[in-house]
Design a protein around this ligand. Structure first.
Ligand code: ADP
Ligand code: MG
Length: 378
């Protein structure tokens, strides 16, 4: 789970990492209120879960009160890399002398945590990593021994030999490690870690990603989740026992098994169609589950036709067929549905679906060709 910058900042503060003063706002008036409290100039920062907000125009300096209102309005109506901006952080604008990069993440190759630092922090860190990798230092941390103070000191001295600054950075690195470990994060990053006037070292950005597999150890963090519309659907599907991921095409897919679902999507593309979603209904599909899945697929207004591709092993084809009839009773489906059912009890299924408007086939290739044809015809 990704945390927003304003949420990550709170954890930094809780662990004693100094952040630049600021607060979060949901509208221009609130932004102005915060700006008045902390004093101009301020930096307005879009709170979206993507990197490179600065380069995308989501980080702007406001020098006057009018600027705050105008720029806050602009940023709050932006969409950055497909994500709507709903909140912004209003932070005191500071005079940056130097920007460093400091972060912890998991290195699966070495099976260790890794401390990554660079003297070339800021918005161009990706380019630095690509073009001048020698400016990026990595220190591998033994997961059982943890981070030693000397490792933090060593990292700080790779960044600067200024003795007014290096010990402060070493201290921040040790604190960041505590944030990283105690939250079960797989990323904790400060970019930039900035030196400002009078050798003060501040976190100007904050990024924490919590390991989803460890969320059960942090139930209180669930409240911090700010799902996008699409993620809300994914969570709803999960609670109903199937996996749904929205895509951009017009052919809804309902399939049992992730592998078959991928193969179905491949085949749809092969025959010139575009899947509208990935949906794996899993094993033992009760009629209710099928009905819920169909209902979710049809919420997507792009869907012009639905392909149901079930291989009945544990899932029985007659169960799926009954589920389909139930779903069609529950929700009005006004797009054609192509059904490919083979395996356990397929004869019963065929019997159940006889005399219904569903287009029945027992071949996957035929089913996919048919659904692409009917979707394209609409
Ligand atoms: P992103 O990494 O998403 O682009 P950042 O929060 O890192 O967003 O901001 C981008 C750049 O904006 C920073 O590298 C820094 O140069 C500048 N910046 C961010 N916050 C401040 C601030 N409070 N005062 C001055 N400059 C800032
Ligand atoms: Mg940044």
């Amino acid at each position: 789970m990704n945390l927003q910058e304003y949420q990550s900042r709170e954890f930094f503060e809780r662990f004693g990492i100094q952040v630049v003063v600021g607060d979060v706002a949901s509208n221009p008036e609130e932004a102005l209120g915060i700006a008045k409290k902390i004093g101009l100039p301020v930096v307005l920062k879009a709170q979206v879960l993507v990197g490179g907000r600065g380069k995308a125009g989501g980080v702007k300096v406001a020098k006057t009160e009018e600027d705050v209102l105008k720029l806050a309005g602009e940023i709050l109506s932006m969409e950055i890399k497909g994500l709507k901006v709903r909140k912004l952080l209003v932070a005191k604008a500071v005079n940056i002398v130097k920007e460093f990069y400091v972060g912890f993440t998991v290195d699966r190759g070495s099976k260790k945590n890794v401390l990554i630092v660079s003297e070339a922090g800021g918005v161009d860190i990706e380019e630095v990593a690509k073009n001048t990798p020698e400016k990026i230092y990595k220190i591998y941390i033994d997961p059982i021994m943890g981070l030693f103070s000397y490792e933090a000191k060593k990292a700080s001295l790779l960044l600067t030999r200024d003795m007014n600054i290096a010990p402060k950075i070493a201290d921040i690195i040790e604190r960041l490690y505590k944030v990283y470990i105690s939250l079960d994060a797989n990323l904790a990053e400060i970019n930039p870690l900035a030196v400002v006037d009078n050798s003060v070292v501040l976190a100007l950005d904050a990024k924490i990603v919590i390991d989803d597999n460890a969320m059960f150890r942090h139930p209180e963090l669930e409240d911090l989740r700010e799902p996008t519309e699409e993620e809300k659907l994914e969570l709803e599907a999960k609670s109903k026992g199937f996996t749904y991921i929205k895509l951009n095409g017009n052919i809804g897919c309902l399939v049992n098994g992730a592998g078959l679902a991928m193969a179905t999507m491949d085949l749809i593309k092969l025959f010139g169609g575009e899947p509208a979603n990935f949906l794996d209904i899993g094993g033992s599909s009760s009629p209710d589950k099928v009905a819920n899945a169909i209902e979710m697929i049809t919420r997507d207004k792009n869907v012009k036709a639905i392909l149901i591709n079930i291989f009945g092993g544990i899932t029985r084809c007659d169960d799926v067929a009954n589920g389909l009839l139930k779903a069609l009773d529950m929700t009005k489906v006004d797009v054609p549905i192509v059904v490919r059912l083979t395996g356990t009890n397929e004869d019963k299924a065929k019997e159940i679906l006889k005399d219904t408007p569903l287009i029945y086939t027992d071949s996957m290739v035929e089913g996919v060709k048919k659904v692409v044809e009917v979707a394209n015809a609409r």
